[in-house]
Write a protein that binds this ligand. Structure first.
Ligand code: FE2
Length: 170
């Protein structure tokens, strides 16, 4: 692991790592979409990947601007196997649930970074404020995708007479 100098550097690096993991997971869903809704899943995950790839670059450069060394993205996922998808295929509902989880994990890192930046803004002055607003805009975008669009895209599982969820019909 990279040596952590203080709490703020950990959160810059954490956001970079979170963006790499989210982007890779999103691309994986893109490739492994299956079923009648293939094109919807495939295209949605592709659009999200493009945005995450831009954010990966933003956070990597934010690290370097703040003299935080970054890991090669090939090495970022070590130790995070529990949030790396390995399904060989994603039908519509599974794809939406995977995308939801990817965004939730990413947001939890971004929220930590945003709170940390707010607490150190005195130390870093106006620079920190502009970084904060950019991070807040990223956070707001993914929150809206999660709370509004994803929640409406994910179909409720039909229930049987005992109220137990049954398989979602493709
Ligand atoms: Fe592709």
């Amino acid at each position: 692991m990279i040596e952590i100098k203080d709490a703020s550097t950990m959160h810059y690096e954490g956001a970079y790592m979170a963006a790499v993991i989210a982007a890779n997971n999103m691309k994986y869903v893109h490739w492994n979409a299956v079923g009648k809704q293939f094109d919807r899943i495939h295209n949605m995950a592709s659009d999200y990947y493009d945005k995450l790839a831009d954010e990966m670059d933003f956070f990597a450069e934010l690290c370097l601007q703040n003299r935080v060394p970054i890991k090669n993205p090939c090495l970022v996922c070590d130790g995070y196997e529990d949030i790396i998808f390995t399904n060989s295929e994603f039908e519509y509902r599974d794809g939406m649930l995977a995308i939801q989880t990817i965004i939730q994990n990413y947001l939890s890192f971004l929220g930590t970074l945003s709170a940390e930046l707010a607490s150190i803004s005195d130390r870093y002055g106006p620079n920190a404020t502009s970084q904060q607003s950019e991070i807040d805009a990223i956070y707001a975008y993914w929150s809206k995708e999660l709370d509004y669009k994803l929640s409406r895209r994910i179909p409720q599982l039909p229930k049987d007479e005992d109220g137990v969820a049954v398989e979602y019909p493709e």
